[in-house]
Ligand binder design. Structure first.
Ligand code: GAP
Length: 513
């Protein structure tokens, strides 16, 4: 299936099976805001829990926090978000549409690069089996020319943005003759910076109300609580504070479904370390986070690191874990070596000491920080899009979601073969026996084959079918989602099988193994 169709399929499947709906859909929705439906909320909770337990339960030097979304406005001056958390925007005067200037340029480059793909496809056809892609990419003059053009454009854009030379960003758009995708015209306004934070007000009267922001990242709630947690938890460096929660960004270009949202959820962990040890800990967390991703079994080839060459002013190293989404490799998680920037800034803006007394070194210092930051919704999209598969069978085809079983919304479906002869009653007894440990579902509607397909389509790893033999020997059919194999197993053994295959504890043990 073409990438575009695959992505459309992901979006429609998410809606059709009750995972994700557009927000306030009866009013035609709200751009880049989504609601998680009955199955979506289960999957999302399971992803959050797998992250949380891997961070907080498995690491004895990491504790949790749930800071408020609303924070004192000075927080965002100290963090640099008031001055620097912005995107360059440009309007087309004819269509009145607003774009991110850097995205217009990047899209132009992506079109150039698509030409390379075409050249490769043509050559593949021409040379057949003898085709050596690597050699072709490094020697073909047309490919080399396009590559060089793309690099020159991106370098110039990066230079201009860094130097805040917005006039040059516009000049570049004009030189490249980029047209508005809606009006087709080149009638552009100047490029302006647009702050991404959502403003709001605290207080009832206009005079006394305080201007606030909805937090654009959860990290600052951790930084401002650093000493509170360290002292009350008697934490010794190195230690970490983990947090999950909503963040808000007024994204100019919000598209690609739940990849870039205006209201989204982050799962972040700040790890406080002695200055000078940041290289070691940065490498440690890069490896640990990749291991967490790979433990889910979505395929090693779906991940790659992208090390940042251009660093934010507060970072001395940064990398993204990129995932192969249906629209290509894109950032899923960031790992940042943030130095002592945040704590130092909060110290100077608040006038309160943010230092740690290190009894071993017998001195106080401002700790350095390694941050791991992943978007929960992006992780949802990664899991969802990699799991959704169309499979050809001997007698037709099926849609199956190979969701890692620890994350699956339901762990098992209990299905009486027919709605009579006492089979529903036995099935409900099985539900009652399992439901305290596992999220299971009972379904008696339609033929059993259709019920299997429905459970495949929502990612349920096991179907447990109760039939007439069950009455005689207390066994059921256990059907495996991934290979559709069926085995006969005693009701008394079901709990053990589920415990081994789908429970959080057995997946956490595998992660640590
Ligand atoms: N505290 C660091 C920080 O916020 P970031 O790279 O801006 O860094 C971290 O964001 C992660 O949050 C990203 O890797 C991505 O997974 C997620 N994220 C950022 N903006 C998002 C958006 N508009 N919609 C969904 N997820 C987003």
């Amino acid at each position: 299936m073409a990438a575009e169709d695959l992505f459309k399929n992901v979006i429609s499947h998410a809606k059709e099976y009750g995972f994700i709906f557009p927000s306030s859909e009866i009013y035609d929705g709200l751009s880049a805001v989504y609601d998680y439906a009955q199955l979506g909320v289960l999957l999302k909770n399971n992803i959050r829990q797998y992250w949380w337990e891997a961070m907080v339960r498995l690491n004895e030097n990491i504790v949790g926090l749930d800071a408020a979304i609303l924070m004192h406005p000075t927080t965002w001056k100290a963090s640099g978000h008031v001055d620097a958390f912005s995107d360059p925007l440009i309007d087309n005067k004819d269509s009145k549409k607003r774009y991110r200037a850097d995205v217009l340029i990047e899209d132009h480059v992506a079109k150039l690069e698509a030409k390379i793909d075409k050249e490769v496809q043509k050559a593949e056809k021409r040379f057949g089996e003898a085709f050596d892609k690597e050699q072709f990419m490094s020697t073909n003059p047309r490919v080399l020319e396009v590559k060089e053009r793309s690099e020159t454009i991106l370098k110039r854009m990066a230079r201009s943005l860094e130097a805040e030379d917005l006039a040059d960003v516009k000049a570049l758009i004009e030189e490249l003759e980029i047209v508005c995708p809606v009006s087709g015209s080149k009638n552009w306004t100047e490029v302006k910076q647009f702050n991404l934070m959502f403003g709001t007000r605290l207080g009832a009267s206009a005079e006394s109300a305080m201007e606030l922001y909805l937090r654009p990242e959860t990290a600052q709630g951790i930084f401002v609580n650093f000493l509170n947690v360290q002292k009350t938890g008697r934490m010794k460096i190195p230690f970490g504070i983990a947090q999950t929660g909503k963040a808000f960004r007024n994204e100019i270009v919000a598209r690609q479904f739940i990849f870039r949202m205006r209201e989204f959820e982050q799962m972040e962990m700040q790890f406080f370390i002695p200055p000078g040890t940041q290289k070691t800990w940065y490498a440690h967390w890069k490896e640990a986070r990749l291991k967490w991703h790979l433990s889910l079994g979505l395929g090693q080839d779906n991940y790659r690191f992208h090390d940042h060459e251009k660093l934010a002013h507060y970072a001395d190293a940064a990398a993204d874990i990129e995932f192969k989404f249906p629209f290509g490799f894109k950032e899923l998680e960031g790992i940042h070596s943030r130095t002592d920037f945040d704590l130092s800034r909060h110290e100077s803006f608040s006038g309160k000491k943010m230092q740690y007394y290190d009894a071993e070194q017998e001195k106080s210092y401002t700790p350095y920080v390694i941050e791991t930051s992943i978007g929960l919704d992006r992780m949802f999209l990664a899991v969802f899009s990699a799991s959704l598969q169309e499979e050809e069978l001997e007698n037709g085809s099926r849609t199956v979601m190979r969701i890692p079983s620890v994350l699956a919304p339901y762990k098992a479906a209990i299905l009486p073969l027919v709605k009579k002869d006492g089979l529903p009653e036995i099935s409900k007894e099985i539900v009652d026996a399992l439901k305290y440990d596992f999220n299971v579902i009972y379904d008696e509607k339609d033929a059993v084959g259709r019920r299997y397909r429905r459970q495949d389509a929502i990612g349920t790893p096991f179907c447990i079918t109760v039939d007439h033999q069950t009455i005689e020997d207390q066994t059921v059919t256990l059907r495996h989602r991934d290979n559709m194999q069926q085995e006969r197993i005693a009701i008394a053994e079901l709990g053990q099988v589920l415990q081994k295959e789908v429970s959080l504890s057995s997946w956490l043990k595998k992660l640590e193994a």
